[in-house]
Write a protein that binds this ligand. Structure first.
Ligand code: FAD
Length: 600
C-alpha cells in the first residue's frame, strides 16, 4: 500500500489506495480473455498518485479492469466436463455425445445465463381476481421463464423417457435425459420443477391406462404452450403434483382433503399447502376417498371448458427457487378423475415420486458442477501475491477436493439413471434403483449447500455478489433436500428397503464387500434392525451406502487414482466436511482439475 507522506493529504490518500493496485499485478483486458493469463510485471499504468500529490482533482473514468476472470459463459457444458462425458459413456449413452455437446453449447450461451437471471429477478405474480372482482387464479411469469421452459421442453427434458403412448422409452433414454437435465440445472433450476413433475407424472398415470392414453400424446411433444386454456386443446401440456397439506407433508396419510364420487368423476374439497407450478395444466392430487387415500387427476379446466375450482390463495415467499411459483391452493369442489384404486394413493403416486427424487439428485449435482466450474475458472485468472490462485497450494487442495466430490456425485447419479433405464427388465437394477434413489438424493442434496458455499469462497467477494451465479445456486440448493422426501425421510426409506427387500440388502452387502480391498479393511455392514438405534444411526448408514455406491460407480468412469482418493477420503475415514483438508496427492489433484475443466 502507498505510505503516507507529508505531501499526501489523508482524504486523497484514501482515493489513491482504493484506485491504485500497487500490490497487484496488472493484466490487459486482452490477456484476460485468453484461456490462462500470464502476469506481466506491474506497469503502474493506473497509478494516479503523482497527479493527486500535485493536488489535482482525481479524474476517475471507468478504468481497465484488472485481475478479474472473464465471464464464465458461452461454454460447452458437455465437452468441458470430462466426468460427465465418461459417465454418459459408461452408462450406455456414448453415441449421444454429439447431440449432448449441441445441448451443452445451447445451454452454455450468455443468452441462457441472462434468461436465468431475468427469470429469477422478475418473480411470478399471482392474480387472484380481475379488476371487477371475478376470480382469475392465474400466475404470470416473466417471458424469460417461458423461454427456458420452451428450451427444456424442446430438449425433451419433460418427456424424452416416454413414448407417445406412455410406455418407457428404450435405454439409454434415462441416461441421455439425465445428462441434459444435469446441464440445464446448472443454468436455471426453478423452471425445471414443472419439467420434472411432468415427466414423472406419467409413471403414476400408468395406473389408469385409458387416461394415460389421452394424456401422454399431449405430454410427449416438443411443444410448450403457456396459454391458460383446456389441456385437450393444447399442442403440449405440463403436469404438477399436490400432496402436502398444512398438517403434514411427510405423513400424507394425514391428508384431510376429501374426494366425493359422483358418476364417473369425483369432487375434491380441501387444500394443499404447497402446490408448485400452479399454471400446470393438470395435477396429480392425493385426497381421502371413501376407500382411503387416493390419487386424482385434477385439471385446471373442467370437461365443459369452464375453469376448475382451484383457488390459488397466495404464492410462497421462498428462500430460493424464485423463478418458480409455489402456491397455496384450496379446492372448492374441484372436478377430478381417479387414478388407480381407491385407497392406493400412496402406491400410485410413489411411482412419480421415485422419478422426481432422481431429478433432485441430478439437479443438486448440477449445482455443484456449476459452482466448481465457476471456482476453477475464476482461480485460473485471479492472482493474489503475484501468483494465480489456481497455482496456490492451499487453493489447489480446496479445488481438487471439490472436484472429487463432483466426480463422486455425477458418477453416482448417472449410474442411478442407468438403473432406471433397466429396472423394468432387470431385477438387480430395480433393487439398485429402489435402494440407491433415496440414498443418492440424501447424500447429494445434503452435500450441495455447503459445497456451494465453499466454491463461493473461492471467488472471494465476487462470489457473494448477487450478479454472480453463486448466490442463486446457494439459495436454490436446500430445496432439493427438503421436497420429495426430506433427509430423514430418505434415510427411513433406505432402512425400509433394506428390511423388506432381500435383493436390496444383498446388494448393499456386496457393495461393502467389494469396497473392502479399497478401504484396506472389511467394510462395516449395517445390520438393519427394526429398533430405535437403527433409525438414530440411519444417517451414518445411508451416507455410507451412498459413498459406497459412488465409489463403485467411479470405478467405471474415473482413473484409478481418482477412485482410490475418493475411497481413501470418503470411505476409509470420515470426510472432514471441510474441503481442502484431505491431503490429495499433487498429481491426482492435477488430474481432477483437468477433468473438471480442461485447460484449453
Ligand atoms: C419450494 C417448495 C415447493 C414445494 N412444492 C410442492 C408441491 O408442488 N407439491 C407438494 O405436494 N409438496 C410440495 N412441497 C412440500 C414438500 O414436499 C414438503 O415440505 C416436504 O415433503 C416435507 O413436508 P413438511 O413440510 O410437512 O415437513 P414435515 O413432514 O413436518 O417434516 C419436517 C422434518 O421432519 C423430518 N421427519 C419426518 N418424519 C420423520 C421421522 N419419522 N423421523 C425423523 N425425522 C422425520 C423430515 O425429514 C423433515 O426434515 C414443496 C416444498 C417446498 C419447500
Amino acid at each position: 500500500m502507498m505510505r503516507q507522506t507529508d505531501e499526501t493529504p489523508q482524504n486523497e490518500l484514501r482515493d489513491v489506495e482504493r484506485f491504485t493496485p500497487l500490490d497487484l499485478p496488472s493484466c490487459s483486458p486482452a490477456s484476460a480473455t485468453s484461456s490462462r493469463i500470464t502476469i506481466p510485471a506491474f506497469a503502474g499504468r493506473h497509478c494516479r498518485g503523482k497527479d493527486l500529490a500535485m493536488n489535482r482533482l482525481p479524474r476517475f473514468d471507468t478504468p481497465d479492469v484488472l485481475n478479474q476472470s472473464p465471464p464464465y459463459e458461452n461454454i460447452d457444458s458437455f465437452s468441458s466436463d470430462v466426468p460427465l462425458q465418461e459417465a454418459v459413456r459408461a452408462n450406455g449413452a456414448g453415441h449421444d455425445a454429439p447431440a449432448l455437446a449441441d445441448f451443452g453449447r445451447q445451454w452454455g450461451t450468455a443468452e441462457m445465463f441472462a434468461l436465468a437471471r431475468r427469470a429469477n429477478e422478475n418473480t411470478p405474480k399471482l392474480y387472484v381476481f380481475d379488476p371487477k372482482g371475478f376470480r382469475r387464479d392465474v400466475v404470470e411469469f416473466h417471458p424469460a421463464y417461458h423461454e427456458l421452459m420452451r428450451a427444456s421442453v424442446g430438449g425433451g427434458l419433460h418427456a424424452s423417457t416416454w413414448t407417445p403412448t406412455g410406455e418407457r422409452a428404450a435405454p439409454p433414454a434415462e441416461v441421455a435425459r439425465a445428462a441434459r437435465y444435469y446441464m440445464a440445472a446448472q443454468v436455471e433450476f426453478g423452471h425445471l420443477c414443472p419439467i420434472t413433475m411432468t415427466r414423472a407424472a406419467l409413471a403414476a398415470l400408468a395406473a389408469d391406462p385409458a387416461l394415460l392414453a389421452k394424456v401422454s400424446p399431449k405430454v410427449v411433444t416438443a411443444s410448450y404452450d403457456p396459454e391458460f386454456r383446456p389441456w385437450w386443446e393444447k399442442p403440449g401440456m405440463t403436469l404438477g403434483m399436490g400432496m402436502t397439506e398444512k398438517q403434514g407433508g411427510t405423513d400424507v396419510r394425514a391428508n384431510i382433503t376429501t374426494a366425493t364420487p359422483g358418476g364417473d368423476f369425483y369432487t375434491i374439497v380441501g387444500h394443499k399447502w404447497f402446490l408448485s407450478a400452479p399454471m400446470c395444466d393438470a395435477f396429480l392430487v392425493l385426497a381421502q376417498a371413501p376407500g382411503g387415500l387416493t390419487c386424482f387427476f385434477v385439471p385446471r379446466f373442467r370437461p365443459d371448458g369452464s375453469v376448475n375450482a382451484l383457488r390459488l390463495q397466495r404464492l410462497k415467499d421462498k428462500l430460493g427457487n424464485r423463478s418458480n411459483a409455489s402456491s397455496e391452493v384450496e379446492f372448492a369442489g374441484a372436478f377430478a378423475l381417479r387414478v388407480g384404486d381407491e385407497g392406493a394413493g400412496v402406491r400410485t403416486i410413489i411411482q412419480m415420486v421415485q422419478l422426481t427424487r432422481l431429478d433432485c439428485g441430478l439437479a443438486s449435482a448440477g449445482f455443484m458442477r456449476m459452482a466448481l466450474a465457476q471456482a476453477v475458472h475464476h482461480c485460473r485468472y485471479r492472482s493474489v501475491f503475484q501468483r494465480h490462485l489456481y497455482d496456490q497450494p492451499m487453493m489447489r487442495a480446496v479445488l481438487s477436493d471439490l472436484a472429487l466430490e463432483v466426480e463422486g456425485a455425477v458418477a453416482l447419479i448417472m449410474r442411478l439413471a442407468r438403473a432406471f433405464d433397466h429396472a423394468a427388465t432387470d431385477p438387480g437394477e430395480a433393487a439398485y434403483a429402489r435402494l440407491v434413489t433415496p440414498a443418492a438424493k440424501y447424500w447429494i442434496c445434503k452435500t450441495a449447500p455447503s459445497f456451494i458455499y465453499e466454491a463461493m469462497e473461492c471467488l472471494g467477494g465476487n462470489g457473494y455478489v448477487e450478479e454472480s451465479v453463486l448466490p442463486r445456486l446457494y439459495r436454490e440448493a436446500p430445496v432439493n433436500g427438503i421436497w420429495e422426501g426430506s433427509g430423514n425421510v430418505m434415510c427411513l426409506d433406505v432402512l425400509r428397503a433394506l428390511r423388506r427387500d432381500q435383493e436390496a440388502a444383498d446388494f448393499f452387502g456386496e457393495l461393502a464387500h467389494k469396497a473392502s480391498p479399497l478401504i484396506g479393511k472389511e467394510a462395516e455392514i449395517f445390520e438393519p434392525k427394526n429398533d430405535f438405534a437403527s433409525e438414530a444411526a440411519a444417517r451414518i448408514t445411508v451416507g455410507k451406502l451412498a459413498t459406497l455406491a459412488a465409489a463403485a460407480a467411479l470405478q467405471a468412469t474415473a482413473p484409478p487414482a481418482v477412485t482410490e482418493t475418493f475411497v481413501r477420503t470418503r470411505l476409509a475415514r470420515q470426510h472432514a466436511a471441510l474441503y481442502g483438508a484431505d491431503g490429495i496427492e499433487a498429481r491426482t489433484a492435477e488430474t481432477l482439475l483437468q477433468r473438471a475443466l480442461p485447460e484449453l
